[in-house]
Design a protein around this ligand. Structure first.
Ligand code: EPU
Length: 302
């Protein structure tokens, strides 16, 4: 009997998770787990911990690059109804980690609740968006998060307040805690005004970013005082290719995957960009996207 046999009806072995990321490339997960509820997730984590099997959570796959070798562990997907519900009490919203951020943001605008319209054009799940404090120049999700429920890697539940989450620029201090749900404080506003603002931001992004292509959004964080896109552009890298991966012609901080691209193509291009920007400006770019490399694989430098 395998260690995971009691979960067998909700585990897919050798699941091609790379294909469900926005890049639509990369390898498989040894196990893909769809927990029924929080207790089920806690039990799985405890068993995996006993077996020294690592785990990761995959949200909407909007900010993840899975290496071609995939992930040799359990990938959790919070896609059952339990993890996707949303409810409201007064102006306080509770939303499950598996809920879709753009859909929820739209729903809030429709119902006249302000706070998420600044996230127009940002794909992702609520859990992933909390973890990386998704946002842009007009605001960040962390601005409206009051507290979250999490599960620690040892299977214990923990509620964290806004301050304990440690929101920073595309950053939190959550470590390997799994976000289960978030409570948001939104303010009432006129639905037409909110929808107008949402659509305006979405149009702006459509103009400036290759939203229709296979990508994971901005690849690098903006270094203090600089825009990564501008640095990559000034280094002359727009349109630069590595295999079937290409620096976007529209926004240089996006890498787009063309038909037949592999994760190695994208990783090669990331290394090349980092090296060229370092050489041209003496600035070290830090990745914003979450790269799932096989354990113990050193970074390759061009
Ligand atoms: N720029 C260039 N060339 C380019 C791209 C940008 O010269 O190819 C210049 C722009 O002209 C501008 C500056 O770089 O002067 C900043 O560019 P932009 O206004 O497009 O914003 P950004 O800093 O590149 C950030 C977030 C985006 C978010 C936008 C809008 C980061 C790394 N990126 O982009 O977030 O959508 O602001 O709010 O913080 C993401 O997180 O995946 C993402 C795309």
């Amino acid at each position: 009997m395998s260690w995971w046999s009691e979960f067998a009806d909700r585990i897919e072995p050798d699941a091609p998770i790379g294909l469900s990321t926005w890049f639509q490339l990369g390898g498989s997960a040894r196990y893909l787990f769809h927990p029924r509820d929080i207790d089920d997730l806690a039990s799985l984590l405890a068993r995996a911990g006993q077996e020294d099997v690592p785990f990761k959570v995959l949200g909407a796959g909007a900010n993840v690059l899975v290496s071609d070798d995939g992930f040799d562990g359990v990938v959790v997907r919070l896609d059952s109804d339990t993890f996707r519900t949303t409810s409201r009490r007064g102006d306080s919203w509770e939303v499950g980690a598996g809920a879709d951020l753009p859909l929820f943001a739209h729903q809030c605008c429709d119902q006249g609740f302000s706070g998420l319209e600044c996230l127009a054009g940002i794909p992702g799940s609520i859990g992933g968006a909390v973890r990386m404090n998704a946002g842009g120049r007009s605001g960040e999700l962390g601005d409206v998060v009051r507290e979250i429920d999490t599960l620690r890697s040892d299977g214990f539940a923990e509620t964290l307040t806004h301050d304990q989450i440690g929101f920073g620029y595309r950053h939190t201090e959550l470590g390997d805690r799994i976000v289960l749900s978030a409570r948001l404080a939104l303010e009432r506003d006129d639905p037409d005004r909110l929808k107008g603002r949402f659509d305006e931001l979405l149009q702006e992004k459509r103009r400036a970013q290759p939203l229709g292509d296979k990508s994971a959004g901005c690849v690098f964080k903006n270094p203090e005082g600089h825009a990564a896109g501008a640095l990559i552009d000034r280094a002359g890298l727009k349109g630069k290719r590595c295999g079937r991966a290409q620096v976007s012609e529209r926004h240089a901080n996006f890498i787009v995957a063309q038909e037949g691209a592999t994760a190695s193509d994208v990783l090669g291009l990331i290394d090349l960009i980092r090296e060229r920007v370092r050489r041209a400006f003496g600035i070290e770019l830090e990745e914003e996207i979450d790269i799932w490399r096989p354990v113990n694989t050193p970074k390759v430098h061009v």
